[in-house]
Write a protein that binds this ligand. Structure first.
Ligand code: FES
Length: 580
C-alpha cells in the first residue's frame, strides 16, 4: 500500500519545548540561544537530532564529525534545524570484553537521548559494527522519522601487491605466522597496509553488512552502503540525507512504516546475496523485536535458502568494498534480487517510494565483482540454521565462508570449557586433536563470555596448520567476526551458560553436522544427555552490580536477537513532563 504523507504544516513535538512565551519555553529556548541561534530558528521548523557515534576510540567512525557538518548543511538547506548529539560508541576493535555487550546499552542510552530531548527526526550517523544496529534499535523503539548515514568503508588495503582485507587478512596472516609461513617482521609490516584511510572495515564484514542491511531495509538512501569513506560522494550522501530527513518529518515517515516484515525479508535475502556477516542474524532479530515484528531464525533459513551469493568480496570472495562501489554497489544486488523475484518490490524506503523504483534501472559495471547467477560463489548463500539435540533453539552457519567437504561430517569432539581454556591448550602439540575432529567452545554466548564475543572462528591448532589444513568444524555459542571464514557453527542456543546442551558436551563425544538436513547432533543416548544436564552447574558467577549485572540478568538468547528482555518493543516518543 502506498505511503500517505501527513498534513503539513502541523505542530511538532519539539514545539513542546520551544513554542510560546511561558517561563519553561524561555528557559529551554534561552539556553539554546547561548549557542548563537537566531530567534526565528524556533519557529516550528523540524528539529533534527544527528546522533553521532564519533569517537577517537572508535577509529572506524573517527571521521563522522566532518560528515555531520554535511548532514547539517543538508538539514539547513531543507529548512530544518540540525542539532548534533553524541551517542554511545562501542568500537569493535577496542571495547572489552566485547562491543556486543554494549550494543543494548548503546541502544538504551540513544533511545532515551531521543525521547527525552526536543527532536522531531533523527539522522543516525554510524559505521562500526555495533553502532549501526544499536542506533537503529533505538530509532525503532522511539519511532520518530529516522534515516541512516554510514561512514563508508576504508580504501582497499594492499601488501606487496596483494589486496589486504580488514580482519580477513589479519586471521590469514596470524595463521601463517603460527604455521611458520610468515615472519613476525612481515606480519608487523603488513599492519599499516590494512588501514589506508578513514572508514570502516573494507571487507564484507559486519560493518559493511550492516550498512547493506540498513539500505536493504530501506532505512538509508539508495547507494549509501558502499561509497568509500573518503570519496566525495560520501559527503554528498550525507548532505542529501540531511535534506531528506526534513521532508520525512513533514511527511511523518517513521521506522515502523519502513521496517516491515517485507523489508526484513528483503534484508535477509540481501545478506545471502552479498555473503554478509552472521552477525546480521542477531542484529536483525533484535531490530525486528523493537518494532514488534515476529521475525525468527526460521525466517532466516527460509528466505535465504535459494539465494546465490553473487558479491565476490572477502571473506567469501576476492574483492573489497571499493570495487563493490565501482561495480554499482548494493542497488545492483537489489535489482538482481528483484529480477529473480526475490525482492518485495513494493517495500517502502526512506525515499517515500518503493525500493524497486530506486534500483530498477541500475547497471552492473563489473561482472567479476557482482557475479552472474551461474557464476555465484555458492547457489545457496543464505545463513543456514541447524537444529538438533545440541542446539534445540538453533545455531547458524554461513555456507559461503565454509568448506563444502565439511558440510556433512561426523567427528570426535575436542572441548574447550571457555576461551581461557582454549587459549591455554590450543598451541600445545600434545593436544589430542587432528583435522577430523570437531572443536567445541563453551561459555562464550550472551550471558557466558559475557557479551557473546567474536571468538567462534577459533584458530586451528598449529600442528594441524603445519599439515597445510586451513579449516575444521568449530562449534560454539559465540559469534564470529564478519570478516572471518571457515566451517563455523555459531550462536548455539540455548548457550552453555544458560544450561543448554552445549554445556555438557565432553571431549571424545561424537558430533554430527549435516548442513543439507539442517542437523546438529550430539551422538549420545537421550537418557545420558538428560542425566548430564540434570547434573550441570554454571561455571561462571553472575555479576551482582553495575551494567554487567543488568546485562547478564536480562539478556535473551542469540536465537531471538540477544536484546535485553525489557527493551523489546516500540515505546514511541511522547514529549513527557517538563521538570521546571
Ligand atoms: Fe569497526 Fe570493522 S572494526 S568497522
Amino acid at each position: 500500500m502506498a505511503f500517505k504523507p501527513a498534513e503539513w504544516p502541523r505542530k511538532l513535538r519539539s514545539q513542546d519545548w520551544y513554542e510560546g512565551a511561558s517561563r519553561d519555553t524561555i528557559y529551554h529556548r534561552g539556553w539554546m540561544k547561548n549557542q548563537g541561534y537566531p530567534h526565528d530558528m524556533f519557529d516550528g521548523r523540524p528539529i533534527i537530532g544527528i546522533l553521532n557515534t564519533w569517537s577517537d576510540l572508535t577509529p572506524c567512525n573517527g571521521h563522522l564529525r566532518e560528515l555531520a557538518e554535511k548532514v547539517k548543511t543538508g538539514i539547513l538547506e531543507a529548512g530544518g534545524f540540525p542539532v548534533e548529539v553524541p551517542a554511545f560508541s562501542a568500537s569493535e576493535n577496542t571495547f572489552r570484553p566485547t562491543a556486543m555487550m554494549f550494543r543494548n546499552l548503546a541502544a538504551m542510552a540513544t533511545e532515551e537521548a531521543i525521547r527525552g530531548q526536543p527532536m522531531d527526526g533523527c539522522v543516525l550517523l554510524v559505521g562500526c559494527d555495533k553502532t549501526t544496529p544499536s542506533l537503529m534499535m533505538a530509532a525503532a523503539s522511539c519511532d520518530l522519522p529516522s534515516i541512516v548515514v554510514t561512514g563508508g568503508p576504508m580504501l582497499n588495503g594492499y601488501f606487496r601487491g596483494e589486496r589486504v582485507g580488514s580482519g580477513t587478512h589479519l586471521w590469514k596472516f596470524s595463521e601463517a605466522v603460527k604455521a611458520g609461513e610468515m615472519s613476525q617482521e612481515d606480519f608487523l609490516e603488513a599492519e599499516a597496509s590494512m588501514s589506508r584511510s578513514t572508514g570502516t572495515c573494507n571487507t564484507m564484514g559486519t560493518a559493511s553488512t550492516m550498512a547493506s542491511m540498513a539500505e536493504a531495509l530501506g532505512m538509508s538512501l539508495s547507494g549509501n552502503a558502499a561509497i568509500p569513506a573518503v570519496d566525495s560522494r560520501r559527503r554528498v550522501m550525507a548532505q542529501m540525507s540531511g535534506r531528506r530527513i526534513v521532508q520525512m518529518v513533514k511527511d511523518d515517515l517513521k521506522p515502523s512504516d519502513v521496517m516491515t516484515k517485507q523489508a526484513f525479508e528483503n534484508a535477509i535475502r540481501t545478506n545471502a546475496a552479498i555473503g554478509g556477516s552472521t552477525n546480521a542474524v542477531v542484529h536483525l532479530l533484535a531490530m525486528a523485536g523493537r518494532v514488534g515484528l515476529d521475525l525468527t531464525l526460521d525466517d532466516w533459513d527460509r528466505c535465504g535458502r535459494d539465494v546465490p551469493t553473487i558479491v565476490n568480496l572477502m571473506p567469501s570472495g576476492k574483492y573489497l568494498m571499493e570495487e563493490f562501489f565501482y561495480a554499482g554497489g548494493l542497488p545492483v544486488v537489489l535489482k538482481r534480487l528483484g529480477d529473480a523475484e526475490l525482492l518485495h518490490k513494493d517495500a517502502l524506503t526512506v525515499s517515500g517510494g518503493p525500493i524497486w523504483d530506486e534500483v530498477k534501472d541500475v547497471q552492473n559495471h563489473n561482472e567479476d565483482v557482482i557475479l552472474p547467477a551461474d557464476k555465484a560463489l555458492t547457489q545457496s548463500g543464505g545463513i543456514v540454521v541447524v537444529r538438533g539435540n545440541l542446539a534445540p533453539n538453533g545455531a547458524v552457519l554461513k555456507p559461503s565462508a565454509a568448506t563444502p567437504a565439511l558440510m556433512q561430517h561426523k567427528g570426535r569432539a575436542v572441548v574447550f570449557e571457555d576461551i581461557d581454556d582454549y587459549k591455554a591448550r590450543i598451541n600445545d602439540d600434545a593436544l589430542d586433536i587432528d583435522e577430523t575432529c570437531i572443536m567445541v567452545l563453551k561459555n562464550c554466548g550472551p550471558k557466558g563470555y559475557p557479551g557473546m564475543a567474536e571468538v567462534g572462528n577459533m584458530g586451528l591448532p598449529p600442528k594441524v596448520l603445519r599439515k597445510g589444513i586451513t579449516d575444521m568444524i568449530r562449534i560454539s555459542d559465540a559469534r564470529m567476526s564478519g570478516t572471518a571464514y571457515g566451517t563455523v557453527v555459531l550462536h548455539t542456543s540455548p548457550e552453555a551458560a544458560a544450561g543448554g546442551p552445549l554445556a555438557v558436551v565432553r571431549s571424545g563425544d561424537m558430533i554430527e553436522l549435516d548442513v543439507a538436513n539442517r542437523r546438529l547432533h550430539l551422538d549420545i543416548p537421550d537418557a545420558e544427555l538428560a542425566e548430564r544436564l540434570a547434573a550441570w552447574t554454571p561455571m561462571h558467577e553472575v555479576a551482582t552490580s553495575g551494567y554487567l549485572m543488568l546485562h547478564q540478568t536480562h539478556v535473551e538468547g542469540a536465537d531471538t536477537g540477544a536484546d535485553l528482555d525489557f527493551l523489546k518493543g516500540c515505546r514511541g516518543a511522547p514529549v513527557g513532563k517538563d521538570s521546571h
